[in-house]
Design a protein around this ligand. Sequence first.
Ligand code: FEC
Length: 293
Amino acid sequence: MSDAVVLMAYGSPERLSDVPAYYADIRGGRPIAPELLEDLVERYRRLGIEESSPLNAITEQTRVALEAELGFPVHTGMKHWTPRIADAAAAALGGGADTVAGLVLAPHYSALSIKGYRELLERALGGRAELRFVESWHDEPGFVALLADRVRGTGAHVVFTAHSLPARILEMGDPYKEQLLETARLVADAAALERWSFSFQSESPTGEPWLGPDILDHLRTLHAEGVTDVLLCPIGFVSDHLEIRWDLDVEATELAHELGLRLERIQMPNDDPAFVRTLAEIVRRALAVPSPS
Ligand code: FEC
């Protein structure tokens, strides 16, 4: 038996000229208002992605570290950019894998997110290897412990955040919100936090209601309640990228300055060795490979 991993992430443009095609991929063919495209290009310009595209670089560092930890091939596949999930599947098959673990660098399941990764990978493998797809890992002990270590002992009010999704997922019986709240509760308990809350971030202007409260409204509410110090702990993302560096580090930080709130955020897991060991644990379990003693 030969194992391989397809490690999946959202993907990010490498150059500003990639942004229109990248955004079109996210929209899946639905039209994009020109002002929304301009706004997105501007956010990527201000992040300086042509010098270094954080999500793609971090995903590659994580891939290399995970491969070294596991001792068998790990291939990266992006949902909305290159290398595509299909490229990763082809590389795994080309290397002779007959069992493939599919792991998304996003811990919480939603039919509007993880299901799409699964469908892309299933289609690309086309039954030529057995797929062991990890649906969610929101309560993985190593992940909870890593986040708990980053918030333990803070005197600030901790706000756990995750990407919002259209509110219609609640009628679909989607587990996304419940899984997010469970991660937040597990981390808060492990770190013995007294003051914490949860809010969504990064809502898109798609013309339908999204899950709230949004982080900007939530910061206003906390300020009105007398909170003076906030520590942001993203739990729905695991690396530095646009939604962290823009939505939190620029937008939320600017609002906090206006309100006179002290705002910090935890370091993202990125390719932290403890995080990579946790990912390796998840993969080994999916493939029923024994852990090194
Ligand atoms: O750094 C980067 O270049 C990429 C950062 C990035 C991550 C990410 C993760 C998630 N998204 C999720 C859901 C949606 C839905 C829509 C949507 C739209 C965008 C746009 C950009 C973008 N997302 Fe994203 N997302 C990232 C970036 N996302 C850019 C388009 C412009 C904008 O709205 O700002 C709406 C699609 C539509 O219009 O129909 C829904 C979810 C995640 C977390 C799970 C995952 O990582 O896959 C859920 C990182």
